[in-house]
Design a protein around this ligand. Structure first.
Ligand code: AMP
Ligand code: MN
Ligand code: MN
Ligand code: MN
Length: 283
Protein backbone atom coordinates (compact mmCIF):
# COMPACT_ATOMS: atom_id res chain seq x y z
CA UNK A 1 0.00 0.00 0.00
CA UNK A 2 1.14 3.50 -0.74
CA UNK A 3 0.94 6.03 2.10
CA UNK A 4 1.61 9.75 1.81
CA UNK A 5 1.02 11.39 5.18
CA UNK A 6 2.05 15.00 4.58
CA UNK A 7 0.52 17.33 1.97
CA UNK A 8 -0.88 20.83 1.50
CA UNK A 9 -3.85 22.45 -0.23
CA UNK A 10 -5.04 25.98 -1.02
CA UNK A 11 -6.30 26.12 2.58
CA UNK A 12 -2.67 26.93 3.47
CA UNK A 13 0.22 27.21 1.01
CA UNK A 14 -0.52 24.43 -1.48
CA UNK A 15 -1.66 25.30 -5.01
CA UNK A 16 -4.26 22.55 -5.49
CA UNK A 17 -7.69 22.72 -3.90
CA UNK A 18 -8.58 19.83 -1.58
CA UNK A 19 -10.65 18.27 -4.40
CA UNK A 20 -7.81 18.63 -6.92
CA UNK A 21 -5.29 17.24 -4.43
CA UNK A 22 -7.22 14.04 -3.68
CA UNK A 23 -7.88 13.49 -7.39
CA UNK A 24 -4.16 13.81 -8.11
CA UNK A 25 -3.22 11.53 -5.21
CA UNK A 26 -5.56 8.81 -6.49
CA UNK A 27 -4.16 9.23 -10.01
CA UNK A 28 -0.61 8.80 -8.66
CA UNK A 29 -1.52 5.54 -6.95
CA UNK A 30 -1.66 6.80 -3.38
CA UNK A 31 -3.93 4.60 -1.22
CA UNK A 32 -3.82 6.64 1.98
CA UNK A 33 -3.34 10.41 1.98
CA UNK A 34 -3.07 12.79 4.92
CA UNK A 35 -3.82 16.43 4.26
CA UNK A 36 -1.72 18.44 6.72
CA UNK A 37 -2.24 22.14 6.14
CA UNK A 38 -0.41 24.70 8.26
CA UNK A 39 -2.37 25.24 11.49
CA UNK A 40 -5.73 24.54 9.84
CA UNK A 41 -8.10 21.66 9.16
CA UNK A 42 -10.28 23.71 6.79
CA UNK A 43 -9.65 21.51 3.72
CA UNK A 44 -10.55 18.13 5.18
CA UNK A 45 -14.31 18.17 4.72
CA UNK A 46 -14.06 19.25 1.07
CA UNK A 47 -11.44 16.58 0.44
CA UNK A 48 -13.64 13.85 1.88
CA UNK A 49 -16.64 15.11 -0.10
CA UNK A 50 -14.60 14.98 -3.31
CA UNK A 51 -13.41 11.44 -2.56
CA UNK A 52 -16.98 10.30 -2.01
CA UNK A 53 -18.43 12.18 -4.99
CA UNK A 54 -15.76 10.91 -7.40
CA UNK A 55 -15.66 7.46 -5.76
CA UNK A 56 -11.88 7.65 -5.51
CA UNK A 57 -9.99 4.62 -4.20
CA UNK A 58 -8.31 6.77 -1.58
CA UNK A 59 -8.48 6.83 2.18
CA UNK A 60 -8.19 10.30 3.73
CA UNK A 61 -6.34 10.78 7.00
CA UNK A 62 -7.40 13.91 8.86
CA UNK A 63 -4.21 15.81 9.49
CA UNK A 64 -2.64 19.12 10.37
CA UNK A 65 0.87 20.61 10.55
CA UNK A 66 1.45 22.83 13.57
CA UNK A 67 4.27 25.38 13.72
CA UNK A 68 5.90 25.23 17.14
CA UNK A 69 8.72 26.74 19.16
CA UNK A 70 11.50 24.63 20.64
CA UNK A 71 14.49 26.54 22.03
CA UNK A 72 15.10 29.16 19.34
CA UNK A 73 13.95 26.90 16.49
CA UNK A 74 10.69 26.64 14.54
CA UNK A 75 9.75 22.97 14.54
CA UNK A 76 6.80 21.52 12.60
CA UNK A 77 4.65 18.86 14.23
CA UNK A 78 2.22 16.91 12.07
CA UNK A 79 -0.91 15.51 13.69
CA UNK A 80 -2.48 12.43 12.08
CA UNK A 81 -5.99 11.13 12.63
CA UNK A 82 -7.00 14.15 14.65
CA UNK A 83 -10.69 14.84 15.17
CA UNK A 84 -11.22 17.93 13.00
CA UNK A 85 -14.39 18.83 14.84
CA UNK A 86 -12.91 18.86 18.34
CA UNK A 87 -13.94 22.36 19.60
CA UNK A 88 -10.93 22.87 21.88
CA UNK A 89 -8.59 21.90 19.08
CA UNK A 90 -10.26 24.35 16.69
CA UNK A 91 -9.87 27.14 19.25
CA UNK A 92 -6.22 26.29 19.64
CA UNK A 93 -5.65 26.35 15.89
CA UNK A 94 -7.44 29.70 15.75
CA UNK A 95 -4.86 31.08 18.17
CA UNK A 96 -2.11 29.97 15.77
CA UNK A 97 -3.94 31.65 12.87
CA UNK A 98 -4.08 34.85 14.90
CA UNK A 99 -0.32 34.62 15.37
CA UNK A 100 0.06 34.08 11.64
CA UNK A 101 -1.97 37.21 10.93
CA UNK A 102 -0.01 39.37 13.37
CA UNK A 103 3.28 38.08 12.01
CA UNK A 104 2.10 38.86 8.45
CA UNK A 105 1.32 42.46 9.44
CA UNK A 106 4.80 42.85 10.90
CA UNK A 107 6.46 41.18 7.91
CA UNK A 108 4.57 43.53 5.59
CA UNK A 109 5.66 46.57 7.64
CA UNK A 110 9.29 45.53 7.40
CA UNK A 111 9.19 44.81 3.68
CA UNK A 112 7.32 48.06 2.98
CA UNK A 113 10.01 49.96 4.89
CA UNK A 114 12.40 48.39 2.42
CA UNK A 115 10.51 49.95 -0.48
CA UNK A 116 8.42 46.99 -1.47
CA UNK A 117 4.93 48.37 -2.15
CA UNK A 118 1.51 47.26 -0.87
CA UNK A 119 2.66 44.01 0.65
CA UNK A 120 -0.18 43.15 3.04
CA UNK A 121 -3.06 43.81 0.60
CA UNK A 122 -1.36 41.75 -2.10
CA UNK A 123 -0.50 38.90 0.23
CA UNK A 124 -4.13 38.80 1.40
CA UNK A 125 -5.25 38.78 -2.25
CA UNK A 126 -2.92 35.89 -3.09
CA UNK A 127 -3.82 33.92 0.06
CA UNK A 128 -7.52 34.38 -0.72
CA UNK A 129 -8.66 33.27 2.73
CA UNK A 130 -6.00 30.60 3.27
CA UNK A 131 -3.83 30.34 6.39
CA UNK A 132 -1.26 33.12 5.88
CA UNK A 133 2.19 31.71 5.27
CA UNK A 134 5.53 33.00 4.15
CA UNK A 135 4.90 31.20 0.86
CA UNK A 136 2.18 33.76 0.06
CA UNK A 137 4.71 36.53 0.62
CA UNK A 138 7.16 34.68 -1.59
CA UNK A 139 4.60 34.39 -4.39
CA UNK A 140 3.99 38.14 -4.27
CA UNK A 141 7.69 38.95 -4.36
CA UNK A 142 8.16 36.64 -7.35
CA UNK A 143 5.14 38.28 -9.01
CA UNK A 144 6.75 41.75 -8.76
CA UNK A 145 10.12 40.42 -9.89
CA UNK A 146 12.07 40.56 -6.63
CA UNK A 147 13.41 37.05 -7.21
CA UNK A 148 13.08 34.43 -9.96
CA UNK A 149 11.47 31.78 -7.73
CA UNK A 150 10.20 31.03 -4.23
CA UNK A 151 13.51 29.68 -3.01
CA UNK A 152 15.20 32.88 -4.19
CA UNK A 153 12.76 34.97 -2.15
CA UNK A 154 13.41 32.90 0.98
CA UNK A 155 17.15 33.30 0.50
CA UNK A 156 16.94 37.05 0.01
CA UNK A 157 13.97 38.21 2.10
CA UNK A 158 12.12 35.63 4.18
CA UNK A 159 14.68 33.23 5.62
CA UNK A 160 15.86 33.52 9.19
CA UNK A 161 17.69 36.79 9.77
CA UNK A 162 16.57 38.41 6.48
CA UNK A 163 14.62 41.69 6.09
CA UNK A 164 11.16 40.17 6.05
CA UNK A 165 11.80 37.51 8.67
CA UNK A 166 9.83 37.97 11.86
CA UNK A 167 10.43 35.44 14.63
CA UNK A 168 7.10 34.13 15.78
CA UNK A 169 5.69 33.26 19.11
CA UNK A 170 4.36 29.83 18.09
CA UNK A 171 2.91 27.39 20.58
CA UNK A 172 5.61 25.50 22.49
CA UNK A 173 6.45 22.12 20.96
CA UNK A 174 5.35 20.15 24.03
CA UNK A 175 2.00 21.98 24.10
CA UNK A 176 1.37 21.29 20.40
CA UNK A 177 2.04 17.60 21.00
CA UNK A 178 -0.55 17.72 23.78
CA UNK A 179 -3.05 19.55 21.53
CA UNK A 180 -2.77 16.72 19.01
CA UNK A 181 -3.14 14.05 21.70
CA UNK A 182 -6.16 15.89 23.11
CA UNK A 183 -7.72 15.87 19.62
CA UNK A 184 -7.26 12.09 19.49
CA UNK A 185 -4.35 12.27 17.03
CA UNK A 186 -0.85 10.92 16.60
CA UNK A 187 1.94 13.53 16.87
CA UNK A 188 4.65 13.21 14.23
CA UNK A 189 7.92 15.16 14.13
CA UNK A 190 7.97 16.55 10.57
CA UNK A 191 10.99 16.62 8.20
CA UNK A 192 13.63 16.32 10.98
CA UNK A 193 16.54 17.06 8.64
CA UNK A 194 15.13 20.38 7.45
CA UNK A 195 15.96 22.33 10.60
CA UNK A 196 19.71 22.36 9.99
CA UNK A 197 20.38 21.03 13.48
CA UNK A 198 23.63 19.29 14.25
CA UNK A 199 23.53 15.69 15.51
CA UNK A 200 23.47 16.65 19.16
CA UNK A 201 20.58 19.06 18.78
CA UNK A 202 18.63 16.68 16.56
CA UNK A 203 18.93 14.03 19.26
CA UNK A 204 17.85 16.52 21.92
CA UNK A 205 14.88 17.57 19.79
CA UNK A 206 13.77 13.98 19.25
CA UNK A 207 14.17 13.26 22.94
CA UNK A 208 12.09 16.32 23.90
CA UNK A 209 9.43 15.38 21.35
CA UNK A 210 9.20 11.80 22.64
CA UNK A 211 9.15 12.98 26.26
CA UNK A 212 6.23 15.29 25.45
CA UNK A 213 4.22 12.34 24.11
CA UNK A 214 5.30 12.37 20.45
CA UNK A 215 4.82 9.05 18.70
CA UNK A 216 6.38 9.07 15.22
CA UNK A 217 8.96 10.84 13.11
CA UNK A 218 9.08 11.39 9.35
CA UNK A 219 11.64 8.91 8.09
CA UNK A 220 10.71 8.96 4.41
CA UNK A 221 10.37 12.18 2.46
CA UNK A 222 10.93 13.28 -1.11
CA UNK A 223 14.62 14.08 -1.22
CA UNK A 224 16.00 12.08 1.67
CA UNK A 225 18.86 9.68 0.84
CA UNK A 226 18.94 6.03 1.99
CA UNK A 227 21.75 6.90 4.43
CA UNK A 228 19.73 9.74 5.94
CA UNK A 229 16.69 7.48 6.16
CA UNK A 230 18.75 5.05 8.19
CA UNK A 231 20.03 7.82 10.48
CA UNK A 232 16.52 9.06 11.18
CA UNK A 233 15.21 5.55 11.76
CA UNK A 234 18.05 4.88 14.22
CA UNK A 235 17.02 8.02 16.05
CA UNK A 236 13.37 6.94 16.03
CA UNK A 237 14.24 3.56 17.52
CA UNK A 238 16.34 5.15 20.23
CA UNK A 239 13.30 7.05 21.50
CA UNK A 240 10.62 4.45 20.82
CA UNK A 241 9.03 6.25 17.88
CA UNK A 242 7.51 4.74 14.75
CA UNK A 243 8.15 6.00 11.22
CA UNK A 244 5.99 8.18 9.01
CA UNK A 245 6.29 8.95 5.31
CA UNK A 246 5.23 12.15 3.59
CA UNK A 247 6.00 14.07 0.42
CA UNK A 248 5.16 17.50 1.91
CA UNK A 249 3.60 18.14 -1.50
CA UNK A 250 2.69 21.79 -2.16
CA UNK A 251 2.53 21.88 -5.96
CA UNK A 252 3.54 19.81 -8.94
CA UNK A 253 7.30 20.19 -9.50
CA UNK A 254 9.89 18.05 -11.30
CA UNK A 255 11.38 17.01 -7.93
CA UNK A 256 8.36 16.14 -5.81
CA UNK A 257 5.18 14.18 -6.38
CA UNK A 258 2.45 12.74 -4.21
CA UNK A 259 3.34 9.27 -2.97
CA UNK A 260 6.73 9.19 -4.71
CA UNK A 261 10.05 8.01 -3.20
CA UNK A 262 8.51 7.21 0.18
CA UNK A 263 9.78 3.64 0.48
CA UNK A 264 10.62 1.92 3.75
CA UNK A 265 13.01 -0.98 4.19
CA UNK A 266 11.52 -4.02 5.94
CA UNK A 267 13.00 -3.29 9.36
CA UNK A 268 11.24 0.07 9.66
CA UNK A 269 8.08 0.09 11.78
CA UNK A 270 5.50 2.37 10.15
CA UNK A 271 3.19 4.63 12.11
CA UNK A 272 0.28 2.96 10.30
CA UNK A 273 1.18 -0.54 11.48
CA UNK A 274 -1.87 -0.77 13.75
CA UNK A 275 -4.28 1.22 11.58
CA UNK A 276 -7.34 -0.75 10.44
CA UNK A 277 -6.81 0.32 6.80
CA UNK A 278 -3.39 -1.38 6.84
CA UNK A 279 -4.23 -4.41 8.98
CA UNK A 280 -7.08 -5.28 6.65
CA UNK A 281 -4.59 -5.77 3.81
CA UNK A 282 -2.22 -7.85 5.97
CA UNK A 283 -4.82 -10.36 7.12
P1 AMP B 1 5.51 29.66 7.50
O1 AMP B 1 4.91 28.46 8.15
O2 AMP B 1 4.48 30.70 7.19
O3 AMP B 1 6.70 30.20 8.20
O4 AMP B 1 6.00 29.22 6.06
C1 AMP B 1 6.81 28.14 5.93
C2 AMP B 1 6.59 27.53 4.56
O5 AMP B 1 7.38 28.18 3.60
C3 AMP B 1 7.02 26.09 4.51
O6 AMP B 1 5.98 25.24 4.89
C4 AMP B 1 7.37 25.88 3.06
O7 AMP B 1 6.21 25.53 2.34
C5 AMP B 1 7.80 27.27 2.59
N1 AMP B 1 9.25 27.38 2.46
C6 AMP B 1 10.16 27.45 3.45
N2 AMP B 1 11.40 27.58 2.95
C7 AMP B 1 11.28 27.59 1.61
C8 AMP B 1 12.19 27.72 0.52
N3 AMP B 1 13.51 27.85 0.70
N4 AMP B 1 11.68 27.69 -0.75
C9 AMP B 1 10.37 27.57 -0.95
N5 AMP B 1 9.46 27.46 0.03
C10 AMP B 1 9.91 27.46 1.28
MN1 MN C 1 4.32 24.98 3.49
MN1 MN D 1 6.83 21.86 7.40
MN1 MN E 1 4.39 20.70 5.24
Amino acid sequence: MRFDLHSHTTCSDGVLTPAQLVARAAEKGVDVLAITDHDTVAGLADAQRAITAQQLALQLVNGVEISTAWLEFEIHIVGLNINPECPVFLERLASQQQRRYERAEEMARRLEKNKIPDVLSNVLRIADGAALTRTHFARYLVEIGKAPNLNGVFKKYLGRGKTGYVPNNWVALADAVQWILDAGGVPVLAHPLKYNLNGRYLTRLTEAFAAAGGRAIEVASAQITPVQKRQVWDLAKKFGLTASAGSDFHQPTPWNELGKHLYFTDDIVPVWQQWPVFRATQA
